[in-house]
Structure formats: structure tokens, C-alpha cells
Design a protein around this ligand. Structure first.
Ligand SMILES: [Fe+2]
Ligand SMILES: [Fe+2]
Length: 327
């Protein structure tokens, strides 16, 4: 089920029906990290010298003139490392998400419609972490994933799912939306992506459509129940979470920058000084801005923060609207 199908499917249904539809879709279509990927197929072998590891032009680093001017073998080396590191951060983020979903489900009352779906989501994320870790292992790259700060706070983030589920599910989107956006762009561009990575991305994009659908549905359902003060405080926190988590996921930490040998000036340019990078950053959040409007998270004060975080811009009119039309 694509994100657009899902969205059409979700309109006009009650909250409980929507969650049931999502749960049933998880039963009908789901993937197993070791059954649905032919890891040992020779076509999927990871050869560190394979030119298909060169970063595509759709990648913020891949299109930078510094990267483009490197000899092919350096481009390949950096490309494989970067893919492995982004994958590692993605799986660390999913580990936080799984723990958070458990904390969230733990407190749900009997008969709660969220219990079944959040558990389906956790099951799927477990498979994602297995498939991502397997890719990292096969890449042969000893990547650390997120920055030191991200890894240090990771054990505490799932607690927010218990304390402030509304904020937590916005946090879920802060991770899932950028990853999904980047993976869809790679799949759509039809670049000469390595078939193993392509398979992993296809599986991931297919299941993330449901997860993102759930987070949107949950937040829209919960928003009217927030108290006025809560809504205002959350409206200020949301843009900060978005930007912070997005940076943790997309920007390589110190070790990764050193391992890849990216000069400081290039780092500054790519994350996020260059105009194309800034546009890319804004485009990542068009769907979340739409959701923020719908959930009462946009007011004059919060809009200033969205702008200060560099993630302001036009909102999508519907989920997964192509970026060029949205901002
Ligand atoms: Fe995932
Ligand atoms: Fe997910």
C-alpha cells in the first residue's frame, strides 16, 4: 500500500476504523528481514569497490562539488561509509521508537484501539533493525551511527512516550519523515542504486507508509483533547524536536566526518549552509507542517521557531505531495 493509497483509505473513517485498517494491512503485507531479502544472492554481495556506492546526485553530500571532484575510488569509499552510517542511525532511531512504543502500550487500558497497531508497528521496526544491522555488518564499515550526544540521550527518549505521547509521536515523525523522504527520492530517481540497498529501501518505504499514517492519525485525533497551555508549550517544542532529530539522523557526527575525511568547510556547506541544502531541509517537513497546522501547533510564536530552525515554508496540501510543488 503506497502512502497515497493509504491516505485515501484513511479519509472519512472513524479513528478506531482507521487503526483497524492499519492493523489489518500489517497482517496482510509485512516483511521478514531474513525471509524476504535474499542476502546470499550473489547479485546482493557488497563489494567495497563497487562504483554503485557512489552517492547519487539527490544526496546533499553526493551533489557537492567537493565530493564530485574526488577520484572515483574515494567517492565509492565515502559512499559506502555514508550509506552504512545513515543506516546505523536509522536503526538506532528505530530502537528508541520500539522502546517508546512499549512504554506507550504498557499504559493503555484494555480495549484500547492503539494497543494492537502500536504493537504491529514495533514488530515491523524490529525487522527493520535486523535488516539495517545486517546491511551494516555486510558493508564492513565500523560505523557508530548517531552523534555521541544522540547515543547518550537515547536510553531516556522512550520515557517521553509514557509522559508526553503527543510530543513523542511528533518525535517519531521527526525521524521517519526525513528517512522516508530520502529513501523515496532515491527509489524515484532510479539511479544506479545497489540492488541490496534498493530492496531494503523498498521494504522500508512500504511499511513506513503505515507508521507515518498512524502518527498523523493519532496526533490529529489527540490534538483537540490538549489543554490550551499544553498545546502552546508543545507548539514551541515541536519545531525544536524536528530540527534536532533531523540533524541527528542526517548529519554525520564527528567520528563519521573524520572517517570520511570531509573538510570542515564542506560540512558547513552541506549541513545546511548551501542554498540547495537549505531547500532540501525545508522540503523534508512539508507534510509535518501540514500536520502542525491541523493539530493547532502553528501560532505566531511557533512559526518564528519553525523559521529559526530553517524548516519553515509552504505546507503540503496532502501527504507525500511532491516537494517542488510544496515549497
Ligand atoms: Fe522502520
Ligand atoms: Fe517506522
Amino acid at each position: 500500500m503506497t502512502a497515497t493509497d493509504l491516505q485515501t483509505d484513511l479519509t472519512g473513517r472513524s479513528y478506531d476504523d482507521t487503526l483497524r485498517t492499519l492493523s489489518e494491512a500489517s497482517v496482510e503485507q509485512h516483511f521478514d528481514a531474513f525471509r524476504d531479502i535474499a542476502w546470499d544472492d550473489p547479485a546482493y554481495a557488497v563489494d567495497p569497490a563497487d562504483p554503485r556506492w557512489v552517492l547519487p546526485a539527490g544526496d546533499v553530500l553526493g551533489r557537492h562539488p567537493w565530493y564530485r571532484s574526488l577520484p572515483l575510488e574515494r567517492q565509492v569509499e565515502i559512499g559506502l561509509y555514508r550509506q552504512a552510517n545513515v543506516t546505523k542511525v536509522g536503526l538506532q532511531f528505530e530502537q528508541i521508537l520500539i522502546s517508546g512504543l512499549m512504554n506507550y502500550a504498557f499504559g493503555l487500558r484494555n480495549g484500547s484501539p492503539e494497543f494492537r497497531y502500536s504493537t504491529h508497528e514495533a514488530t515491523e521496526e524490529c525487522h527493520h533493525t535486523q535488516m539495517f544491522q545486517e546491511f551494516v555488518n555486510r558493508s564492513g564499515q565500523d560505523v557508530a551511527g548517531g552523534t555521541w550526544a544522540f547515543r547518550a540521550v537515547a536510553p531516556f527518549l522512550p520515557l517521553f512516550a509514557k509522559w508526553v505521547p503527543f510530543g513523542f509521536f511528533y518525535g517519531v515523525l521527526a525521524g521517519e519523515e526525513p528517512i522516508d523522504h530520502v529513501q523515496k527520492a532515491v527509489l524515484r530517481a532510479g539511479d544506479d542504486t545497489h540492488p541490496l540497498l534498493r530492496r531494503i529501501m523498498q521494504i522500508h518505504v512500504a511499511e513506513e507508509a503505515r507508521h507515518i499514517g498512524f502518527a498523523h492519525t493519532y496526533l490529529e485525533h489527540r490534538a483537540p483533547r490538549l489543554r490550551r497551555v499544553e498545546r502552546f508549550v508543545l507548539s514551541l517544542v515541536v519545531p525544536l524536536i524536528m530540527r534536532w532529530l533531523c540533524d541527528q539522523i542526517l548529519r554525520p557526527g564527528r567520528k563519521a566526518r573524520r572517517d570520511m575525511g570531509i573538510p570542515r568547510s564542506v560540512v558547513r556547506d552541506v549541513w545546511w549552509r548551501a542554498p540547495e541544502s537549505r531547500k532540501f531541509l525545508r522540503d523534508l517537513f512539508a507534510d509535518v507542517r501540514m500536520l502542525a497546522e491541523r493539530t493547532g501547533m502553528m501560532n505566531p510564536a511557533s512559526r518564528l521557531l519553525w523559521r529559526a530552525m530553517g524548516i519553515d515554508g509552504r505546507s503540503s496540501r496532502f501527504r507525500s505531495q511532491p516537494a517542488s510543488a510544496a515549497s
